[in-house]
Design a protein. Structure first.
Length: 188
């Protein structure tokens, strides 16, 4: 088995553990057991738990970027459809997006007390997304408040995602709320 594939398999095992039991349950031993490999092999590819966690964060971001790219490829290229597609992808609507949302949120919480994780460039992704959505909202005519509207939409998306994860809302209800906000912006 190729080195890159083995590393990917170990990272996927971490995501399965975190997706089922939470990021706090991730240990090198738990990941090794989930991957069906020895602890020594996990330590061979990832010398520290921190390296393993950062590799999993990178992998998670790459998977999310691919999903967004796919969804945008299916959207009708207008600014409204683009924003809606991005916000829809941020909601946990299937197992893969549920794991993404759960694990990414866990990373964000962990970054509050872990300086090495907080400094990781991938945790700046919300800022990049905010800039992108702000530009699309300006294209929709949101004007000088476009940045504030983007901040609000992203905060709403995060809150609705948590509500879907907890079972408080369905993904359809969450998307209806997001569309309502986008409709409000288009009326301006």
């Amino acid at each position: 088995m190729a080195r890159d594939q083995r590393r990917r398999d170990i990272v996927e095992a971490l995501l399965r553990v975190a997706g089922e039991r939470g990021l706090h349950a991730v240990t090198m031993r738990a990941v090794a057991a989930e991957a069906g490999v020895s602890l020594h092999l996990v330590q061979h590819y990832f010398e520290t738990k921190e390296q393993l966690l950062l590799s999993a964060l990178q992998h998670l971001a790459e998977r999310m970027a691919e999903r967004v790219k796919t969804r945008l490829g299916q959207a009708d290229r207008g600014p409204r459809a683009t924003v809606e597609a991005i916000l829809a992808e941020a909601l946990p609507t299937d197992e893969q997006s549920r794991v993404f949302h759960l694990v990414y949120t866990s990373y964000m919480v962990l970054a509050v007390t872990d300086p090495a994780l907080a400094a990781h460039p991938l945790l700046a992704a919300p800022n990049v997304m905010e800039d992108f959505i702000t530009d699309r909202l300006r294209d929709m005519g949101a004007g000088p408040d476009a940045r504030l509207e983007a901040v609000g939409l992203l905060a709403m998306s995060a809150g609705l995602g948590a509500a879907v994860l907890s079972g408080q809302r369905s993904a359809d209800d969450a998307m209806t709320a997001m569309r309502h906000q986008l409709d409000r912006l288009e009326v301006r």
